[in-house]
Ligand binder design. Structure first.
Ligand code: HEC
Length: 152
């Protein structure tokens, strides 16, 4: 069967989309840069938007908080595919344990994903008293992983 022009365009679009996903032909240096960028975005969402609303430095806005908590839950999935084999050397603060204890590292990443999802779910309530413990749990997930897998 001959491909229509639309089918051909679709095939090209899919091929491009696949090529742009993580880990396909990513060099170790690119992987390090990509995961640092992803972690920086997480920190920005947390420190620039969510944290000030929790501390009272900025007025609590239910809509913005909920939307940004959902964004954080998405961002929390981004860094991990970039911890590829061979990216333990170079401009990285990742400890060797990331690769020697992969199950523990994955568990720590899963914990962040779960805690950010719980924050996004709780944010729907719009009640800061309920949201605060969920927010604290996210911070604990960051620290728990950094304590074991990141050099200071
Ligand atoms: C599963 C483990 C893990 C979790 C969870 C985690 N991190 Fe990290 N983080 C790392 C590792 C490993 C590095 C070092 C990455 C590198 O240098 O290659 C890092 C580096 C960073 C950096 C430095 C990025 C740069 O530009 O060098 C920031 C900022 C950061 N993390 C913020 C956070 C925040 C905020 C959270 C929680 C919301 C978090 N991380 C949760 C493992 C984790």
């Amino acid at each position: 069967m001959q491909k229509t022009p639309i089918a051909r365009h679709l095939a090209i679009a899919i091929a491009l989309a696949l090529a742009s996903t993580a880990s396909l032909a990513e060099t170790p240096d690119e992987a390090i840069a990509a995961r640092k960028q992803a972690l920086k975005h997480i920190k920005q969402t947390l420190n620039d938007i969510l944290k000030p609303m929790m501390s009272g430095a900025k007025p609590f806005d239910k809509t913005i908080f909920e939307q940004q908590a959902m964004e954080l839950a998405q961002q929390a999935k981004q860094p991990w595919p970039h911890f590829i084999a061979g990216s333990d050397k170079g401009k990285t603060e990742a400890k060797a344990e990331v690769w020697s204890k992969p199950a523990d590292f994955k568990a720590a990443a899963d914990k962040l994903e779960a805690s950010t999802q719980a924050l996004a779910d709780t944010a729907k309530s719009g009640d800061p008293a309920l949201i605060k413990p969920a927010f604290a749990a996210v911070g604990q997930s960051c620290k728990a992983c950094h304590d074991n897998f990141k050099r200071d």
